[in-house]
Ligand binder design. Structure first.
Ligand code: SAM
Ligand code: SF4
Length: 326
Protein backbone atom coordinates (compact mmCIF):
# COMPACT_ATOMS: atom_id res chain seq x y z
CA UNK A 1 0.00 0.00 0.00
CA UNK A 2 1.35 3.46 -0.73
CA UNK A 3 0.24 7.05 -0.42
CA UNK A 4 0.61 9.20 -3.51
CA UNK A 5 -0.59 12.70 -4.28
CA UNK A 6 -2.10 14.22 -7.39
CA UNK A 7 1.39 15.18 -8.64
CA UNK A 8 2.70 11.62 -8.35
CA UNK A 9 4.80 12.25 -5.24
CA UNK A 10 5.07 9.22 -2.95
CA UNK A 11 4.39 10.17 0.67
CA UNK A 12 6.65 8.12 2.92
CA UNK A 13 7.67 10.56 5.68
CA UNK A 14 5.60 11.61 8.65
CA UNK A 15 6.29 14.26 11.25
CA UNK A 16 4.33 13.90 14.45
CA UNK A 17 4.10 16.86 16.79
CA UNK A 18 3.50 15.39 20.24
CA UNK A 19 2.97 18.71 22.04
CA UNK A 20 2.63 22.41 21.36
CA UNK A 21 4.24 23.18 24.72
CA UNK A 22 7.81 24.31 24.83
CA UNK A 23 10.35 25.27 27.49
CA UNK A 24 11.94 27.78 25.06
CA UNK A 25 10.49 30.81 23.35
CA UNK A 26 12.68 31.23 20.30
CA UNK A 27 12.08 34.62 18.70
CA UNK A 28 11.63 33.12 15.22
CA UNK A 29 9.03 30.60 16.45
CA UNK A 30 7.00 31.37 19.59
CA UNK A 31 5.75 34.58 21.09
CA UNK A 32 7.04 35.73 24.47
CA UNK A 33 3.80 34.61 26.16
CA UNK A 34 4.65 31.38 28.00
CA UNK A 35 1.05 30.15 28.41
CA UNK A 36 -0.22 30.17 24.88
CA UNK A 37 -0.60 26.44 24.33
CA UNK A 38 -3.74 24.37 23.81
CA UNK A 39 -5.53 22.70 26.75
CA UNK A 40 -4.54 19.05 27.30
CA UNK A 41 -7.93 17.62 26.34
CA UNK A 42 -7.48 19.02 22.84
CA UNK A 43 -4.28 17.05 22.35
CA UNK A 44 -4.28 13.47 21.18
CA UNK A 45 -3.52 10.90 23.87
CA UNK A 46 -0.63 8.50 23.27
CA UNK A 47 -3.00 5.65 22.22
CA UNK A 48 -4.80 8.01 19.82
CA UNK A 49 -1.51 9.12 18.28
CA UNK A 50 -0.36 5.53 18.04
CA UNK A 51 -3.56 4.51 16.28
CA UNK A 52 -3.16 7.22 13.63
CA UNK A 53 0.52 6.33 13.21
CA UNK A 54 -0.37 2.65 12.77
CA UNK A 55 -2.91 3.51 10.06
CA UNK A 56 -0.35 5.68 8.30
CA UNK A 57 2.33 3.00 8.52
CA UNK A 58 -0.19 0.66 6.88
CA UNK A 59 -0.46 3.25 4.09
CA UNK A 60 3.28 3.25 3.42
CA UNK A 61 4.87 5.66 5.90
CA UNK A 62 8.46 4.52 6.53
CA UNK A 63 10.13 7.44 8.28
CA UNK A 64 8.77 9.18 11.36
CA UNK A 65 10.18 12.26 13.05
CA UNK A 66 8.89 13.27 16.47
CA UNK A 67 8.73 17.00 17.01
CA UNK A 68 6.72 19.73 18.70
CA UNK A 69 6.73 22.22 20.49
CA UNK A 70 9.45 20.55 22.49
CA UNK A 71 8.86 16.78 22.33
CA UNK A 72 10.92 16.01 25.44
CA UNK A 73 8.61 18.02 27.71
CA UNK A 74 5.78 15.50 27.21
CA UNK A 75 6.10 12.59 29.66
CA UNK A 76 5.95 9.20 27.97
CA UNK A 77 7.55 10.17 24.68
CA UNK A 78 10.15 7.36 24.90
CA UNK A 79 7.44 4.72 25.40
CA UNK A 80 5.55 6.13 22.44
CA UNK A 81 8.67 5.91 20.29
CA UNK A 82 9.26 2.33 21.38
CA UNK A 83 5.69 1.53 20.30
CA UNK A 84 6.31 3.15 16.91
CA UNK A 85 9.47 1.12 16.50
CA UNK A 86 7.57 -2.08 17.24
CA UNK A 87 5.12 -1.11 14.47
CA UNK A 88 7.98 -1.44 11.99
CA UNK A 89 9.20 2.14 11.51
CA UNK A 90 12.66 1.85 9.99
CA UNK A 91 13.81 5.42 10.45
CA UNK A 92 12.73 7.00 13.72
CA UNK A 93 14.08 10.40 14.69
CA UNK A 94 13.42 13.48 16.79
CA UNK A 95 13.98 17.22 16.58
CA UNK A 96 14.64 18.75 20.00
CA UNK A 97 15.94 21.96 21.49
CA UNK A 98 18.31 19.79 23.55
CA UNK A 99 17.52 21.24 26.98
CA UNK A 100 16.37 17.88 28.40
CA UNK A 101 18.40 15.68 26.09
CA UNK A 102 21.30 14.68 28.33
CA UNK A 103 18.77 13.17 30.78
CA UNK A 104 16.69 11.42 28.10
CA UNK A 105 19.33 10.28 25.62
CA UNK A 106 19.83 6.72 26.92
CA UNK A 107 16.09 6.07 27.08
CA UNK A 108 15.59 7.40 23.55
CA UNK A 109 18.30 5.08 22.25
CA UNK A 110 16.76 2.17 24.16
CA UNK A 111 13.38 3.01 22.58
CA UNK A 112 14.94 2.44 19.16
CA UNK A 113 15.42 6.01 18.00
CA UNK A 114 17.84 6.11 15.07
CA UNK A 115 18.73 9.76 14.60
CA UNK A 116 18.48 13.16 16.28
CA UNK A 117 18.47 16.83 15.27
CA UNK A 118 19.31 19.38 17.95
CA UNK A 119 18.61 23.08 17.54
CA UNK A 120 21.38 25.52 18.41
CA UNK A 121 21.09 29.03 17.04
CA UNK A 122 24.18 30.60 18.52
CA UNK A 123 27.56 29.55 19.87
CA UNK A 124 27.63 32.69 21.99
CA UNK A 125 25.80 32.07 25.31
CA UNK A 126 24.54 35.67 25.55
CA UNK A 127 23.13 35.61 22.05
CA UNK A 128 21.68 32.15 22.62
CA UNK A 129 19.78 33.59 25.61
CA UNK A 130 18.47 36.45 23.52
CA UNK A 131 17.23 34.13 20.75
CA UNK A 132 15.71 31.38 22.91
CA UNK A 133 14.73 33.59 25.88
CA UNK A 134 16.26 30.95 28.20
CA UNK A 135 19.47 30.37 30.15
CA UNK A 136 19.90 26.88 28.68
CA UNK A 137 23.08 27.19 26.61
CA UNK A 138 25.11 24.83 28.79
CA UNK A 139 22.30 22.27 28.99
CA UNK A 140 21.98 22.21 25.20
CA UNK A 141 25.73 21.82 24.77
CA UNK A 142 25.63 18.96 27.29
CA UNK A 143 22.80 17.39 25.26
CA UNK A 144 24.85 17.63 22.07
CA UNK A 145 27.86 16.05 23.82
CA UNK A 146 25.75 13.24 25.19
CA UNK A 147 24.18 12.48 21.80
CA UNK A 148 27.59 12.59 20.12
CA UNK A 149 28.76 9.95 22.61
CA UNK A 150 25.82 7.66 21.85
CA UNK A 151 24.70 5.51 18.94
CA UNK A 152 22.92 8.63 17.59
CA UNK A 153 26.28 9.96 16.38
CA UNK A 154 26.80 11.87 14.14
CA UNK A 155 24.17 14.31 15.33
CA UNK A 156 22.64 17.03 13.22
CA UNK A 157 22.64 20.51 14.70
CA UNK A 158 20.08 22.97 13.28
CA UNK A 159 20.54 26.73 13.19
CA UNK A 160 17.86 29.04 11.83
CA UNK A 161 19.73 32.08 10.52
CA UNK A 162 18.10 35.48 10.93
CA UNK A 163 19.77 38.51 9.37
CA UNK A 164 21.27 40.82 11.97
CA UNK A 165 20.77 38.28 14.76
CA UNK A 166 23.10 35.32 14.17
CA UNK A 167 24.20 35.53 10.54
CA UNK A 168 27.65 36.65 11.72
CA UNK A 169 28.18 33.11 13.05
CA UNK A 170 28.14 31.13 9.77
CA UNK A 171 31.89 30.51 9.81
CA UNK A 172 31.88 29.76 13.55
CA UNK A 173 29.15 27.15 13.06
CA UNK A 174 31.15 25.59 10.22
CA UNK A 175 34.23 25.45 12.47
CA UNK A 176 32.05 23.88 15.18
CA UNK A 177 30.99 21.13 12.72
CA UNK A 178 34.64 20.41 11.98
CA UNK A 179 35.77 20.42 15.61
CA UNK A 180 32.92 18.24 16.85
CA UNK A 181 32.61 16.04 13.73
CA UNK A 182 28.91 16.73 13.41
CA UNK A 183 26.46 17.82 10.74
CA UNK A 184 25.71 21.54 10.96
CA UNK A 185 22.52 22.51 9.14
CA UNK A 186 21.64 26.06 8.18
CA UNK A 187 17.90 26.67 7.87
CA UNK A 188 16.39 29.66 6.11
CA UNK A 189 13.98 31.62 8.29
CA UNK A 190 10.40 30.92 7.16
CA UNK A 191 7.28 33.06 7.70
CA UNK A 192 5.99 30.85 10.53
CA UNK A 193 6.93 32.95 13.58
CA UNK A 194 4.21 33.80 16.09
CA UNK A 195 5.19 37.46 16.29
CA UNK A 196 4.91 37.87 12.50
CA UNK A 197 8.23 39.64 12.27
CA UNK A 198 9.33 37.67 9.20
CA UNK A 199 10.35 39.69 6.18
CA UNK A 200 12.29 38.61 3.12
CA UNK A 201 15.18 40.85 4.23
CA UNK A 202 15.61 38.73 7.38
CA UNK A 203 16.23 35.55 5.34
CA UNK A 204 19.89 34.61 4.94
CA UNK A 205 20.02 32.76 1.60
CA UNK A 206 21.64 29.32 1.59
CA UNK A 207 23.74 30.43 -1.42
CA UNK A 208 25.34 33.12 0.75
CA UNK A 209 26.07 30.59 3.50
CA UNK A 210 27.70 28.25 0.98
CA UNK A 211 29.77 31.08 -0.53
CA UNK A 212 31.04 32.22 2.84
CA UNK A 213 32.01 28.73 3.99
CA UNK A 214 33.67 27.98 0.67
CA UNK A 215 35.71 31.15 1.00
CA UNK A 216 37.46 29.47 3.92
CA UNK A 217 37.23 25.72 3.36
CA UNK A 218 36.86 23.49 0.31
CA UNK A 219 33.48 21.73 0.30
CA UNK A 220 32.58 18.55 -1.55
CA UNK A 221 28.92 17.82 -2.36
CA UNK A 222 27.47 14.65 -0.89
CA UNK A 223 24.78 12.58 -2.58
CA UNK A 224 21.29 13.03 -1.20
CA UNK A 225 17.84 11.72 -1.92
CA UNK A 226 15.68 14.07 -3.96
CA UNK A 227 13.09 14.26 -1.20
CA UNK A 228 15.65 15.38 1.41
CA UNK A 229 15.37 18.95 2.60
CA UNK A 230 19.11 19.60 2.86
CA UNK A 231 21.81 19.89 0.23
CA UNK A 232 24.77 18.25 1.90
CA UNK A 233 28.52 18.90 1.77
CA UNK A 234 31.56 17.59 3.54
CA UNK A 235 34.82 19.39 4.18
CA UNK A 236 37.46 18.19 1.72
CA UNK A 237 40.21 18.36 4.33
CA UNK A 238 38.60 16.99 7.44
CA UNK A 239 35.73 15.98 9.59
CA UNK A 240 32.21 17.36 9.76
CA UNK A 241 29.46 18.12 7.28
CA UNK A 242 27.11 20.95 6.51
CA UNK A 243 23.55 20.94 5.23
CA UNK A 244 21.79 23.85 3.55
CA UNK A 245 18.02 24.03 3.85
CA UNK A 246 16.92 26.64 1.36
CA UNK A 247 13.18 26.40 1.94
CA UNK A 248 12.60 30.02 0.91
CA UNK A 249 15.15 30.77 -1.81
CA UNK A 250 15.30 27.34 -3.49
CA UNK A 251 12.14 25.45 -2.53
CA UNK A 252 12.25 21.65 -2.79
CA UNK A 253 8.47 21.13 -2.91
CA UNK A 254 8.62 19.22 -6.21
CA UNK A 255 10.06 16.18 -4.45
CA UNK A 256 8.36 16.56 -1.07
CA UNK A 257 7.51 13.25 0.60
CA UNK A 258 6.25 14.65 3.91
CA UNK A 259 2.98 15.02 5.77
CA UNK A 260 2.38 16.10 9.34
CA UNK A 261 0.13 15.30 12.29
CA UNK A 262 -0.26 18.11 14.80
CA UNK A 263 -0.50 17.52 18.53
CA UNK A 264 -4.25 18.20 18.37
CA UNK A 265 -4.75 15.59 15.68
CA UNK A 266 -4.86 17.60 12.46
CA UNK A 267 -3.38 16.21 9.27
CA UNK A 268 -1.36 18.79 7.34
CA UNK A 269 0.02 18.19 3.88
CA UNK A 270 2.37 21.19 3.93
CA UNK A 271 3.91 23.50 6.54
CA UNK A 272 2.11 26.26 4.67
CA UNK A 273 -1.28 24.56 4.21
CA UNK A 274 -4.21 26.94 4.56
CA UNK A 275 -6.39 24.14 5.96
CA UNK A 276 -5.77 21.14 8.10
CA UNK A 277 -7.89 18.03 8.40
CA UNK A 278 -9.42 16.85 11.62
CA UNK A 279 -8.40 13.26 12.37
CA UNK A 280 -9.04 13.80 16.10
CA UNK A 281 -12.77 14.10 15.39
CA UNK A 282 -12.70 10.82 13.47
CA UNK A 283 -10.70 9.04 16.17
CA UNK A 284 -13.05 10.25 18.93
CA UNK A 285 -16.32 9.66 17.08
CA UNK A 286 -16.36 6.01 16.20
CA UNK A 287 -14.78 6.04 12.76
CA UNK A 288 -13.12 2.78 11.76
CA UNK A 289 -9.49 2.47 10.73
CA UNK A 290 -10.69 1.95 7.15
CA UNK A 291 -12.71 5.21 7.25
CA UNK A 292 -9.71 7.08 8.60
CA UNK A 293 -7.39 5.55 5.98
CA UNK A 294 -9.81 6.61 3.21
CA UNK A 295 -9.93 10.16 4.59
CA UNK A 296 -6.12 10.30 4.75
CA UNK A 297 -5.79 9.07 1.16
CA UNK A 298 -8.20 11.74 -0.07
CA UNK A 299 -6.45 14.55 1.82
CA UNK A 300 -2.99 13.44 0.70
CA UNK A 301 -4.15 13.26 -2.90
CA UNK A 302 -4.86 16.99 -2.72
CA UNK A 303 -1.45 17.91 -1.27
CA UNK A 304 -0.45 21.37 -2.46
CA UNK A 305 2.00 21.56 -5.37
CA UNK A 306 4.27 23.78 -3.30
CA UNK A 307 4.41 26.63 -0.84
CA UNK A 308 3.76 30.08 -2.21
CA UNK A 309 6.20 32.13 -0.12
CA UNK A 310 7.64 33.65 -3.26
CA UNK A 311 4.27 34.56 -4.84
CA UNK A 312 2.96 38.09 -4.49
CA UNK A 313 -0.33 36.83 -3.00
CA UNK A 314 1.35 34.68 -0.30
CA UNK A 315 -0.47 34.64 3.02
CA UNK A 316 1.24 32.90 5.97
CA UNK A 317 -0.79 30.08 7.55
CA UNK A 318 -2.75 30.93 10.67
CA UNK A 319 -0.94 28.16 12.58
CA UNK A 320 2.61 29.10 13.37
CA UNK A 321 5.56 26.68 13.69
CA UNK A 322 5.11 25.70 17.32
CA UNK A 323 1.50 24.57 16.60
CA UNK A 324 2.50 22.62 13.48
CA UNK A 325 5.79 20.90 14.31
CA UNK A 326 8.87 21.64 12.24
N1 SAM B 1 11.49 22.38 19.86
C1 SAM B 1 12.22 21.57 18.95
C2 SAM B 1 13.41 22.32 18.37
O1 SAM B 1 13.42 23.54 18.45
O2 SAM B 1 14.29 21.68 17.82
C3 SAM B 1 11.38 20.95 17.87
C4 SAM B 1 10.31 21.81 17.26
S1 SAM B 1 10.92 23.16 16.29
C5 SAM B 1 9.39 23.90 15.76
C6 SAM B 1 11.54 22.31 14.87
C7 SAM B 1 12.51 23.07 14.00
O3 SAM B 1 11.83 24.16 13.41
C8 SAM B 1 13.70 23.62 14.74
O4 SAM B 1 14.89 23.25 14.09
C9 SAM B 1 13.48 25.10 14.66
O5 SAM B 1 14.69 25.81 14.64
C10 SAM B 1 12.72 25.24 13.36
N2 SAM B 1 11.95 26.48 13.21
C11 SAM B 1 11.11 27.05 14.11
N3 SAM B 1 10.59 28.19 13.63
C12 SAM B 1 11.13 28.36 12.39
C13 SAM B 1 10.99 29.35 11.37
N4 SAM B 1 10.19 30.41 11.53
N5 SAM B 1 11.68 29.19 10.21
C14 SAM B 1 12.51 28.12 10.04
N6 SAM B 1 12.66 27.14 10.95
C15 SAM B 1 12.00 27.27 12.11
FE1 SF4 C 1 10.38 25.80 21.15
FE2 SF4 C 1 11.60 24.63 19.13
FE3 SF4 C 1 9.94 26.71 18.69
FE4 SF4 C 1 12.28 27.12 19.89
S1 SF4 C 1 11.96 26.37 17.78
S2 SF4 C 1 10.29 27.93 20.57
S3 SF4 C 1 12.57 25.28 21.06
S4 SF4 C 1 9.37 24.73 19.44
Amino acid sequence: MSLTDQFGRAITDLRISVTDKCNFRCVYCRSADPENHKPDHELLSWPELERIARILIGLGIRKIRITGGEPLVRPGVEDFMARLKSLGVRDLSMTTNGHLLADHCDRLVAAGMNRINISLDSLDPAKFEKITRTHSFNKVMAGIDRAQNSPLRPVKVNAVLVRGLNDDEVEAFAAFARERDLIMRFIEFMPLDADRHWTRELVVPAAEVQRRIEARWKLEPLPHERSETARKFRFADGRGEIGLIASVTQPFCGFCSRIRITADGKLRTCLFSKDDHDLRYMVRNGHTDANIADAIRAVVNDKEEGHRINQSDFVPPSRTMVYIGG
